[in-house]
Design a protein around this ligand. Structure first.
Ligand code: COA
Ligand code: AMP
Length: 630
């Protein structure tokens, strides 16, 4: 079948399409129907089915005779180690960990926060929760204690599973002190913590609260899989919104299994048994979907890579991993390729490795700029597939479905809508616009299986953030257009979210931190474009009247404050002290105009501006901190 035929088949009978895909999953009780629309616009899928994620990701492959197949390869250039875990070993390890959690009272519906680096134990912790029907929430290691505390207070976990440390090039990330700091700040206290001690750093455990990962499992009864309803939350993943309070995206169990399984062949074009690699981090949605769940559900081998595209030890690391482990499909963020291109523009490292097994490169997480796509295609000699999605959806909204039909690539476009997504471009009034016209990208409800049904404990916020603006649609927060051939072009965010090295960050959250500095009266954070990371945050602060301390001292404190409160991942390093911020006469800060100035783009002075002279002051301030662009 062609892409058009598959898409039409879905459009003609969406429920029939998804029920058919649901047959690839082993249900304890098959759902009676696909869509549950009685609470529209709050939709659910497969709600009355009974199923277990861990069973489908692990046990069933062992039962089917594939216990000796490698499930996970841990390749860790930062610790100079590599090892493989088979599906049978993985099942036993997960059953044992789940048994220990169960013995301590963790059960269906309890939340468990996981704070771990790129080690297989992170996946085991996620799957052990899934085995019990407990709801995990993984927190990225680059976040500071405060961000962890915010998530602890929102998710109210019964337990926290953490590692003693992570390893960034040139430094150890001390997870345990960060965890202790978060627990000191959080109002909610978990019953207990489980600490995976790494040999690079053995953390001090607190009596009665902290348990060693290994000792904790000793002598316990392994736990069986607990079937849960199709609409039971599999996990909560916090993502950036417009404020400092992150949004807890809920992932429903049944739809997650069905949809992810579908993507592995149809988008990523791999068959069970083949090696799939997503070079991301388990703390992000790409890590949830394509390091942990989808490859395992589909019976592939997944790679847990603990390293960077460059510097661990060099710009050839990705090629080594692809050739050594026979990776068929490879997924990463464009920023990783920009980093490699910067170090090795001629691809000298590529010559050292045999990449003949690689069939395609997939890019997502941020806009794939044509230079990067073309360079990657030239160097690797395989199709480069840009695809567009978000934490909220959990898998691609638009892609080139290579496993169905390799559509012509249009560089700069993530290609076409996937079955399940009725993508529309709307004007401010919510009316569809003609092909080629820029507008807000929305998806006609219902969203397909596996996408977010709501936000954790925040249904009102869910409605307000995604449903209210365009009734009958899900608002993606991205702007763009569809061309005459139905290809989507993603141009910008419509909110204050920025994308720094493929990481989604909130400028609003950074502004809240800056505003807490005692000398700051007012502030704005913008994302200026950056050749390597896509965007970089830049802060502008106005000082409280009478403050006469040196500006560079205050700027340094602001940088340190954001690192301390949000974390190193914010990559917040630039602050300019200014007298005033450009505003409209009604007092709205003109952030978009500030971005244009920072990018050196042509600036049209907004008709509503209070005082145009401020724009030159902003230009001057950027020059003052070495960020002037012609
Ligand atoms: N734990 C702790 N700290 C982390 C971290 C983690 N898991 N990940 C990143 N950090 C830190 C980095 O060490 C760095 O700290 P520094 O300011 O002390 O140098 C800071 O956060 C910023 O990190 P990053 O933006 O990643 O920059 P970088 O210079 O370390 O690396 C790239 C740049 C391009 C190599 C890197 O960003 C990359 O590989 N990106 C791929 C992105 C990705 O996988 N995105 C997921 C969506 S697909
Ligand atoms: P996240 O939720 O972290 O996956 O970030 C999702 C956001 O990243 C999207 O809403 C887009 O703004 C951006 N994004 C992700 N993939 C792409 C892509 N292929 N092209 C352009 N932007 C993308």
């Amino acid at each position: 079948m062609s892409y058009a035929e598959v898409f039409d088949a879905w459009k003609r009978d969406p429920e029939g399409f998804w029920m058919e895909q649901a047959r690839a999953i082993e249900w304890e009780r098959m759902p009676s129907r696909a869509l549950f629309d009685d609470k529209a616009p709050m939709y659910e899928w497969f709600s009355d089915g009974l199923v277990n994620t861990c069973w489908n990701a692990v046990d069933r492959h062992v039962e089917a005779g594939y216990g000796d197949r490698v499930a996970i390869i841990h390749d860790s250039p930062v610790t100079h180690t590599k090892h493989a875990i088979t599906y049978a070993e993985l099942r036993d390890r997960i059953a044992s960990l789940a048994g220990a959690l169960k013995a301590k009272g963790v059960g269906k519906g309890d939340r468990v926060i996981i704070y771990m680096p790129m080690v297989p134990e992170a996946l085991e912790a996620m799957l052990a929760c899934a085995r019990l029907g407990a709801i995990h929430s993984v927190v990225f290691g680059g976040f500071a204690a405060h961000e962890l505390a915010v998530r602890i207070d929102d998710a109210k976990p019964k337990a926290i599973i953490a590692a003693s440390c992570g390893i960034e090039p040139g430094r150890i990330v001390h997870y345990k002190p960060l965890l202790d700091g978060a627990l000191a700040q959080a109002r909610h206290k978990p019953d207990f913590c489980v600490i995976f001690q790494r040999e690079q750093e053995v953390a001090k455990l607190e009596d009665g609260r902290d348990f060693d990962w290994h000792g904790f499992q000793y002598g316990v009864e392994p736990a069986d899989c607990v079937p849960v309803e199709g609409n039971h939350p599999a996990y909560i993943l916090y993502t950036s919104g417009t404020t400092g309070q992150p949004k807890g995206v809920v992932r429903p169990t049944g739809g997650h299994l069905v949809a992810l399984n579908w993507t592995m062949k149809n988008i990523y074009n791999v068959d069970p048994g083949e090696v799939f690699w997503a070079a991301s981090d388990v703390g992000w949605v790409v890590g949830h979907s394509y390091i942990c769940y989808a490859p395992l559900i589909h019976g592939n081998t997944t790679i847990v890579f603990e390293g960077k595209p460059v510097g661990t030890p060099d710009a050839g690391t990705f090629w080594r991993v692809i050739s050594e482990h026979k990776v068929r499909s490879f997924f990463t963020a464009p920023t990783a390729f920009r980093a490699i291109k910067r170090e090795d523009p001629k691809g000298e490292y590529l010559k050292k490795y045999d990449l003949s097994g690689l069939r395609a490169l997939y890019l997502a997480g941020e806009r794939a700029d044509p230079d990067t796509v073309n360079w990657a295609a030239d160097m690797l000699g395989v199709p480069v597939i840009d695809h567009w999605w978000q934490t909220e959806t959990g898998y691609a909204i638009a892609a080139n479905p290579v496993g169905i039909e390799h559509l012509p690539v249009k560089v700069g476009s993530p290609s076409v809508a996937m079955p399940g997504y009725d993508v529309r471009i709307l004007d401010e009034g919510g009316h569809p616009v003609p092909a080629g016209t820029l507008g807000a990208i929305a998806v006609k409800l219902p969203l397909p299986p596996g996408t977010l049904p709501t936000l954790w404990n925040a249904e009102e916020r869910f409605r307000k953030a995604y449903l209210d603006h365009f009734p009958g649609y899900y608002e993606t927060g991205d702007a763009g257009y569809v061309d005459e051939d139905g290809y989507l072009w993603i141009m910008a965010r419509t909110d204050d979210v920025i994308n720094v090295a493929g990481h989604r960050l909130s400028t609003g959250a950074m502004e809240e931190v800056l505003a807490s500095h005692p000398d700051v009266a007012e502030c704005a954070v913008i994302g200026m474009s950056d050749e390597l990371k896509g965007q970089l945050p830049v802060g502008f602060v106005c000082l409280t009247k009478g403050v006469e301390r040196p500006h560079d001292e205050i700027a340094k404190e602001c940088v340190a404050l954001v690192r301390d409160q949000i974390g190193p991942v914010a990559a917040f390093k630039h602050v300019a002290v200014v007298d005033r911020l450009p505003k409209t006469r009604s007092g709205k800060i003109l952030r978009a105009t500030m971005v244009k100035i920072a990018d050196g783009a042509e600036v049209k002075v907004p008709a509503t501006i209070d005082d145009p002279a401020i724009l030159d002051e902003i230009r001057g301030a950027l020059g003052g901190i070495g960020l002037a662009r012609a």
